[in-house]
Design a protein around this ligand. Structure first.
Ligand SMILES: [Zn+2]
Length: 122
């Protein structure tokens, strides 16, 4: 069976690695060759580690290595000069994170992004 590239975002030096379109400024947490919105040229950019929760949910079913209850959130990452991409991340260790909560990406554990409330990270 052929190998398929892992599409999940990655961290490097505490930041989420991605690109931004040089034509329409769309940010992406995935390193792609062209803008996913307008197919324009992209340039490398790193995002976060601080961001704002857009939405969150507590998950009550086991999925893979994750045992219930765990918390997932969509986080709008801060960019250098404008808003960064929205990423799906796991709250460490779990709990409530209402929309608008400022959080900090805390690494990627080999694929899935993790976050903590802002100001409590490493
Ligand atoms: Zn674009």
């Amino acid at each position: 069976m052929p190998e398929v590239a892992d599409p999940r975002p990655r961290c490097d030096g505490g930041l989420v690695v991605g690109v931004r379109c040089s034509e329409c400024a769309t940010p992406s947490a995935w390193v792609v060759g062209r803008c996913p919105r307008c197919l324009g040229q992209v340039v490398p950019e790193s995002f976060g580690p601080i961001g704002t929760v857009w939405s969150s949910a507590n998950v009550h079913v086991a999925v893979g290595e994750y045992t219930p209850t765990y918390t997932l959130a969509y986080v709008d990452l801060d960019g250098a000069d404008s808003i960064g991409p929205r990423v799906l991340a796991h709250l460490r260790p779990g709990g409530e994170v209402p929309p608008g909560t400022r959080v900090e990406i805390d690494g990627d554990d080999g694929g899935d992004l993790w976050f903590v409330p802002a100001g409590t990270g490493a």
